[in-house]
Design a protein around this ligand. Structure first.
Ligand SMILES: Cc1cc2nc3c(=O)[nH]c(=O)nc-3n(C[C@H](O)[C@H](O)[C@H](O)COP(=O)(O)OP(=O)(O)OC[C@H]3O[C@@H](n4cnc5c(N)ncnc54)[C@H](O)[C@@H]3O)c2cc1C
Length: 308
């Protein structure tokens, strides 16, 4: 029985009823196509809606989890208790001189395309990352020598205590796939990115080159959450997994991609449990062979399915 139904009713003071979803399957909101239900999911499309939801949740001490595009998530099969706030509709973008200012739900691909249109360089790396700006700040997302830390000028956040703050890049504590948003539980509302004027043709050529590299090397035809593991210092996760003989290895519906061993994919209706068991098996095999620990880059959240 969903214990948050009364709370969901009270949220109607913040946003229209059709943007409040009950027992919403997370598999419909993750790139991996897996995960059990969120008790309540809300889809705010303005900062005032979001602020109202956060204040209501804080007052009633309701657990909150933010998602963008769900492209870096493994949500367990029992789903997420409390409130999931999906920010994809909070997605206004504007250009001011060499800067792009965007809401957290803006898609990276759209930002990269817009930068190209305005002959601005710096976001080419982001063209193939299927996430939103908020998720990218959280992870300091990066690829092919580019990362968010190179372009972020400032970010507007709400702290877990409900205080709105504007942080400079230095205050964001950006590191390899981390930030203070991740370590302190802030919520990204908006970010300002400073880009460099460039030639349309060379920006476009770089985007085309990176897109081709991704299409050639990554199993984009299957659901996944991107690279499953972080890069261990001095090694590549994909190479270690391949050398361990696990390329293409299948476990129920989950598999190590045979195109890129650094990706675990949902090959055939995998459950989160299948993926998590395969992650554990890959970690153990690599640890036993090479004494190297592979830490997940994907974020594992939610509850296991309760056994009756
Ligand atoms: C095919 C594929 C390729 C990928 N390639 C790359 C790559 O090259 N480089 C790379 O870095 N990543 C890559 N990723 C992973 C992923 O796309 C990025 O990490 C992306 O930035 C996640 O954004 P999202 O909006 O989907 O976040 P989600 O998956 O929705 O959330 C990820 C985390 O961010 C938090 N979060 C999201 N929005 C906010 C917000 N507004 N405020 C606070 N916290 C928030 C969530 O709570 C969650 O903990 C890839 C994924 C796939 C499927």
């Amino acid at each position: 029985m969903n214990q948050y139904l009364e709370f969901a009713k009270r949220l109607e003071a913040c946003l229209p009823q059709e943007k409040i979803l009950i027992d919403e399957p997370m598999k419909n909101h993750t790139n991996f196509k897996l995960g059990g239900p969120a008790d309540i999911m809300v889809l705010p499309s303005s900062q005032s809606e979001l602020e109202c939801i956060l204040s209501q949740a804080r007052q009633e001490d309701i657990p909150c989890f933010i998602i963008g595009n769900g492209s870096n998530l493994v949500v367990r099969d029992g789903g997420i208790r409390g409130l999931v706030i999906k920010l994809e509709q909070l997605n206004q973008i504007r250009v001011e001189g060499d800067c792009i200012i965007a809401d957290s739900g803006a898609e990276l691909k759209k930002l990269s395309d817009l930068a190209l249109t305005h002959h601005l360089s710096g976001l080419e790396f982001a063209c193939g990352i299927p996430g939103t700006l908020g998720g990218a700040v959280f992870m300091n997302a990066g690829a092919y020598d580019g990362e968010m830390s190179h372009v972020l000028e400032s970010v507007t956040i709400v702290t877990p205590q409900g205080e709105k703050q504007v942080l400079t890049r230095d205050e964001l504590e950006l590191g390899y796939r981390t930030s203070r948003v991740k370590t302190r539980g802030d919520i990204v509302i908006q970010a300002r990115m400073k880009l460099t004027p460039g030639s349309y043709d060379s920006i476009q050529a770089r985007i085309a080159d990176l897109t081709k590299k991704r299409e050639d090397k990554q199993p984009l035809e299957y659901p996944s959450a991107g690279s499953t593991f972080k890069r261990p210092v001095g090694h590549y996760a994909g190479k270690l997994i391949q050398d361990a003989g696990l390329k293409g290895y299948e476990h129920n519906g989950a598999a190590v991609s045979d195109k890129h061993s650094g990706f675990i994919i949902n090959k055939n209706n995998a459950t989160a449990q299948d993926v998590l068991e395969l992650i554990a098996f890959v970690q153990k095999t690599v640890r036993d062979l090479y004494e190297i620990q592979l830490d997940p880059e994907v974020l594992i959240v939610g509850e296991d399915l309760k056994q009756n």
